[in-house]
Design a protein around this ligand. Structure first.
Ligand code: AMP
Length: 399
């Protein structure tokens, strides 16, 4: 069955058409600037040239229509008719406490997702627009929602409660939810497969280091703790997000800089992290180049970044009373051997030993620790779209 995977943002829509039997991407791409002047579709068929089409996309319904037209286009399409799309899998950011697993999308499910909008006001409404747009274009095609938060619903109360008045949890559901669940789930399972160990009897720490970044402790196949919280702002230092800070800093900055709470939150989300620390860039390729050219601030930024990752790993070793494997994934985790090595230098006490030659390799599932290393360290490229396609297939096949 071919599955269309949709990841819808407020003005963008990323897609992949995946042949779920062969687990191959037939075509992928994105619509940019939806509802804004200058909108365009970037479409890349398997074994074909990437093509960019500039055309007005006043709304997401139109964007989905353009994607579908591209998929069935006589010359560059990869399928003959839309009947060849068996199901659509939608990435949904926040499922609150309502969704502990993926689900077939029904009218009731849409209402339940709407109830989570307050927890992810930038993302969930956009995800819902994507569902509506697909329903309009493919009214009879089954759809599945796959939630970033669902994998973490197995966290115990001691990991998800904050030290706040309990009534805020009761009234507003303020608690740790965690994100990147699709990635953490995919990578931790892959680690078990690579090591030939049972997933339900393994302690793995997954470091998803991309522009957004989070660490997850996976014990016996279940998420038991993760670094992002109520929102994706908590935890690691990220591209532009601050990660953990003393909450009193918010009032301090507001007072000193004469900013509103919204403005301070904008600083924490968009102007902090490694972007804030370097004062220049959130892209680690630039930061590495600056460090190599002798830029001390770039070097300090990398130190602060790696130290925070190592600290979280230490915390999760304690949370699980041990660790068998540590995996790095996402843009930086997969591509930056310096960060991996620097993080692992803090973990000598665990018996972690990195094989430098292995650590220099790229773009594949690979064990980067030595044979003697007490804890296995791996690089596992994440594949959230494939995971969404797998979950979609499983649910659609059952119904
Ligand atoms: P993601 O959000 O997973 O796309 O990751 C984005 C981050 O990964 C950015 O900071 C990039 O600089 C970093 N990144 C992506 N590709 C590379 C690469 N080839 N080498 C080093 N860093 C990379």
């Amino acid at each position: 069955m071919n599955i269309l995977v949709i990841n819808c943002g407020s003005s963008s829509l990323k897609f992949q058409l995946i042949d779920s039997k062969a687990e191959e991407v037939l075509a992928k791409g994105l619509c940019e600037r939806i509802g804004i002047e200058g909108s365009r579709l970037v479409y890349e068929p398997e074994n074909g040239e990437k093509e960019v089409t500039e055309a007005p996309m006043p709304n997401h319904t139109q964007a989905v229509k353009m994607v579908l037209d591209a998929l069935i286009n006589e010359k560059t399409g990869v399928i003959k008719s839309l009947d060849e799309v068996g199901a659509v899998g939608h990435r949904i950011v926040h499922g609150g406490e309502k969704f502990a697993s993926s689900t077939i999308i029904t009218d009731e499910v849409i209402e339940a997702i709407k109830e989570c909008n307050e927890l992810a006001p930038l993302h969930n409404p956009a995800n819902l627009i994507g569902i509506d747009a697909c329903k309009e274009n493919m009214p009879n095609t089954p759809m599945v929602g796959v939630f970033d938060t669902a994998f973490h619903q197995t966290m115990p109360e001691k990991a998800y409660l904050y030290g706040l008045p309990y009534e805020y949890y009761e009234k507003y559901k303020i608690r740790r939810y965690g994100f990147h669940g699709t990635s953490h789930s995919y990578v931790s399972k892959k680690v078990a497969d690579i090591l030939g160990k049972p997933y339900d009897n393994l302690k793995t720490i997954v470091c998803h280091l991309g522009n957004g970044a989070s660490v997850c402790a996976v014990k016996d196949g279940k998420s038991v703790d993760t670094s992002m919280g109520l929102t994706p702002l908590e935890g690691l230092i990220m591209g532009t997000r601050s990660g953990d800070i003393d909450p009193a800093i918010i009032e301090f900055i507001a007072h000193k800089e004469k900013l509103s709470i919204d403005e301070v939150m904008n600083v924490l989300n968009k102007k902090s992290g490694v972007f804030g620390l370097t004062g220049k860039t959130s892209d680690f390729r630039d930061i590495m180049a600056a460090k190599d050219a002798g830029d001390e601030r770039a070097e300090h930024t990398l130190n602060v970044y790696c130290y925070r990752v190592a600290k979280y790993i230490g915390a999760y070793v304690a949370a699980m009373n041990g660790v068998d494997a540590i995996a790095f994934t996402a843009g930086l985790g997969e591509n930056n051997g310096y960060v991996r090595k620097t993080v692992c230098e803090y973990l000598g006490y665990l018996g972690v030993e990195i094989d430098d030659a292995q650590n220099d390799k790229r773009g594949e599932d690979i064990i980067i620790s030595t044979d003697n290393s007490k804890v296995k360290v791996l690089v596992v490229p994440t594949n959230e779209e494939l995971k969404i396609a797998r979950e979609t297939l499983e649910l659609v096949s059952k119904n």
